[in-house]
Structure formats: C-alpha cells, structure tokens
Write a protein that binds this ligand. Sequence first.
Ligand code: UDP
Length: 326
Amino acid sequence: MNICVTGGAGYIGSFIVRRLCELEHRVTVVDDLSKGHMEAVDPRAHFIQADCGDKRAMAELLAGRRIEAVVHMAASSLVGESVTAPAKYYRNNLIASLSLLDAMAEAKVSRLVFSSSAAVYGEPERQPIAEDAATVPINPYGRTKLLFEQALPDFAAAYGLGAVCLRYFNVAGALPDGTLGEDHNPESHLIPLVFQAALGLRKSITIFGDDYPTPDGTCIRDYIHVLDLADAHVLAIEAAEAGQVAAFNLGNGDGFSVRQVIESAQRVVGRPIPTEIGPRRPGDPPVLVASSEKIASQLGWDPARGDIEMILDDAWAFHQSHPKGY
Ligand code: UDP
C-alpha cells in the first residue's frame, strides 16, 4: 500500500515507518523536522520536509504519490507545555490536522490512523480505562486530541473517511540493538531523563510530586513498548473501514509509579540513580492505566514486549549508544 506518515521522523513515527517498510509498503514521510531527526527516518522511505497542515501542498502530495492511507503522527505532545502554550497546541494539533483531513478529502484518501492519547480521558474514576469511559480531558493537549477525534465522524459521513484513533498510554523503549530510540530536545519524558541521570548527563531525576493519592504518592502510568505500538498501527491501517470511525486504547494494562520506574531502571543499569522530589507538573492525572482488551479482541493485537524491564532494557541500549541523542 502507498502510505503517508506525518511526523515520521519523530520517536514513535520513526518506528512505524520502519515497520511499514519492513512489510514492503511504499512509505512517504512528511515531517517539518521541527522535532524529528533525519537519522531516524528509514532509508527505504521517501522523505519530504513539509508542514502537514499546508493544505495545498498536502493535497498535491497525496494525489501525486497515490497515497491510500495516512498515519497522522505529527503533533505537539507535551502536557505541561500545552498548559502554558495552548495556542501552539490548538494550531498544531487541531487546525493543522483539520486541514490535513481537508487535503485527504480532496485527494480522495479514505484511510486514516490517528495518534490520539490517554489524555482524552482526563481523570477517570475507574481503572483500567476502557474506550467507553467518559472523555473529559484536564489539559489542552488532551482537549486538542479529543476535538480532532470528534470531528472524524463528520468527515466519515460526508467523504467516506475510514478512521482509527489509537489512544496511546506511555510509549517507551527502543530497538533492542540500540540503533533507534527516543531523543527529544529538550528531553521531558521520564524514562529518557532517568537514563540521562544514570549516565551522569544530569545531576538527578526530579519526581514531579510525591503527594498524589497513589500507594507511594507518585503518578502511575501504563508503559507500552514502541515496537508493540508500531504493530498496532499496521493492524489499524488494515482495519480502517470506509465511513467508520473507531477508537482503541494502547497500553499493557499494568500501572507503574514514577518511583517504581526509577527502581526498575536502577536494576537495569545496576547502580543507584540520584532522585529528588519536585512539585507536581500541571495537567498530570494521578493514574492512567489502559484496558487494551478491545484492540486485542477486535484486531488481534498481541504485545510481545510488555514487560517493564524489557522496555527499560531496550531504552537503556539506545541511551548507552546515543548518550547525546542522534
Ligand atoms: N515525570 C517525573 N519527572 C520527570 C518527567 C516525568 O516525575 O522529569 C513523571 C510525570 O509527572 C508523569 C510520568 O513521569 O507522571 C510520565 O511522564 P512523561 O512526561 O514521561 O509522559 P506523559 O505521562 O506526560 O505522557
């Protein structure tokens, strides 16, 4: 299939591109390189540096390359930043994404896989969270993802779009050989920061709040291996059905606190990692754990690398071989 991946030079996007290339799809990556890394783009893919919110350019590109499916990953994705700079999030995640849908309609591309987020749920009462839980986001990031999801049924009805929204929990890990992994600048995610502290590249890892209503007071998250996530995208592309919109959670169903992640990382590196306690980060819910039964039962998703130590082991391989990133 001819598949366009927006944000394909980013952390998650680069793994999806790699998997699609492995399966011999013809992949076009559209990335503005504002965050992504050329080094992370699979050489088998065709790379175009462009803004996926540029409707004219995207309509031409989608038609010209006979694209049959779009995997839309390009987004701003930092919860904390979305609270202080919401305009950027509405512009990049909502306005640009709607313009991409417009371009897809014009170019008659009818399959979409959208990278959504656990942040659409806010602070649900029940864990693990199923897809029919109330969607009440508590930060602008989650709101932009939800608003875009909510527009999809209208595009499905009017233009026959078939869309699958994948609501990611906490994505982590790397290729086990350490050649592809997570590198943000500046880095803000827990696992890369923990390993930077382990490598002595930063003084310590700051735990954002130890007064949450959780057993050890730190936030609980559900970590999913980026390779398992990439597999789910392949299934989602196949499942996108014209005129239909579906949403699936992607997590492992196990919650780990920030302290537990740091303890596991210490076991993986074999030495203590300096930690300190800081204030809560605005917009962080105390607990987010997925039920992924729906994607397992409906699409046959079967994660192979769900174990937290396996996720950390692979991430450690990348950080050891790329201490300063790509
Ligand atoms: N976190 C932390 N210290 C850090 C970075 C993150 O304690 O330096 C916490 C954060 O508050 C959240 C969890 O680690 O509870 C995962 O955060 P991350 O930014 O990795 O992913 P997010 O949950 O925002 O998608």
